[in-house]
Every structure is written in structure tokens, then in C-alpha cells.
Design a protein around this ligand. Structure first.
Ligand code: MN
Length: 213
């Protein structure tokens, strides 16, 4: 925090439906699902600006407040017990989603990129180092829109915990320094409008304030 050091981002992985209440609100049974993943592009990150431009071709853009985990080590088939050694730090982020386009893609059995991996779709706050915060296993994660609480949960409600996510993901992909993982969103997702102010907060990590322009 407050440092000018840059962290070169390699890949941006995202976990789907990783809080029970959110899985339920999206019409799924949280008990039956293995974790699943999608990716955003590194240049979709919105860093150093608080202006999120409302994207094209959508009338239903949703906010999803998420904890980002940033890696400084990687590998394949990382054991559960070694997974936290890969974590460099944390950040507050938003997985902005063109829900209408994502819904069409889901229905047609098509990929999610048009719904998820568009320009500026991943507003991201300052990276805080695990060496300063310690391992974050609990704490508030919340989002206000225009001062009104819309999303609220606790990191201890993650269905798949951070070490499990890293271990499973590393069986599918070779993880490396610079990889970010967006760990999923608690319940309360909903649409944003131009002019809305989104105030995200994660206990131990900090704040992220974004205006929809
Ligand atoms: Mn998400």
C-alpha cells in the first residue's frame, strides 16, 4: 500500500459460483459443484483509474465484488499444503459482467468471454502483501452502490478455499508468478447504471471505489 512498485500480471483466472448464497441466487445447487474456472485478459484490468466505462452491447452489466489472490510462485499439481507458499498478496476487485451476454452464452453452451472478458471488466485496487496481512481466511467482503449495501459476505464463506483453488487450478494449468485469481463473489449481484458509485471493501485488504461512466 502506497508503494509505487508494479506487479507484472501474467494471467487472470476467475472462479465461478464460489459462495453458496450466490450459487443459489444464480439458480444452482452449491453442494453439487466442483469448482470451475474462466479467464479474463490481463489488459482487462482497470488499475489506477476509478472510472469504469459502461461497456458496449449490453443493457445489464452486473457488479461482482471479489478477493484477488496474487501469486509470486507457481507450478503444476501443487499440493494443498504448499499452495499458500505461492500467494504474494491480495487485492479488492470487481468482476464486472455483461450478464445479458453471459446468459445468452450459457443458454447456447458457448464460451463466456463476451460476458466476462471485455475492456476494463476487472477494476482492481492496490495489492497488499501477504507478508503484511498474514493469510486471510475470514473477514468482511462487501459492496455498496451509491452508499447502499448490495453485497455482503465473509471470506470464510468461500466454498472452495484459496489453497484448494490454487491446488486444483494448478492441475489444469501451469501457474506462474504474476497470475491473479479472482476468487468468486458473495450474494447480491445486480445491475449498475451510468453514474453509479461502487464502493468495495475487504477486511484486511482495503477499499476500491469505482464510478460507472
Ligand atoms: Mn465472478
Amino acid at each position: 500500500m502506497g508503494s509505487q512498485l508494479l506487479y507484472p500480471v501474467r494471467r487472470v483466472y476467475c472462479v465461478g459460483r464460489n459462495y453458496a448464497e450466490h450459487a443459489i441466487e444464480m439458480g444452482h445447487d452449491p453442494d453439487k459443484e466442483a469448482p470451475f474456472f474462466f479467464q479474463k485478459n490481463p489488459d482487462n484490468l482497470l488499475i489506477g483509474s476509478n472510472a469504469f466505462p459502461y461497456p458496449s452491447r449490453s443493457n445489464n452489466v452486473h457488479h461482482e465484488i471479489e478477493l484477488i489472490v496474487a501469486l509470486d510462485k507457481g507450478g503444476s499439481n501443487i499440493a494443498l499444503g504448499e499452495a499458500m507458499d505461492c500467494v504474494y498478496g491480495y487485492a479488492v476487485s470487481l468482476d464486472m459482467t455483461r450478464r445479458d451476454l453471459q446468459g445468452e452464452a450459457k443458454k447456447a453452451g458457448r464460451p463466456w468471454e463476451v460476458g466476462k472478458a471485455f475492456e476494463h471488466s476487472a477494476p482492481c485496487g492496490d495489492l497488499v502483501l501477504k507478508s503484511d496481512t498474514g493469510v486471510l481466511e475470514q473477514g468482511e467482503i462487501s459492496l455498496k452502490v451509491n452508499g447502499e449495501e448490495r453485497q455482503k459476505g465473509d471470506l470464510n464463506q468461500l466454498i472452495w478455499k484459496v489453497p484448494e483453488i490454487i491446488s486444483i487450478l494448478s492441475g489444469l494449468f501451469t501457474l506462474a508468478p504474476g497470475d491473479l485469481i479472482m476468487t468468486g463473489t458473495p450474494a447480491g449481484v445486480g445491475p449498475v447504471e451510468k453514474g453509479d458509485v461502487l464502493d468495495g471493501y475487504i477486511e484486511g485488504v482495503g477499499d476500491l471505489s469505482i464510478t460507472v461512466t
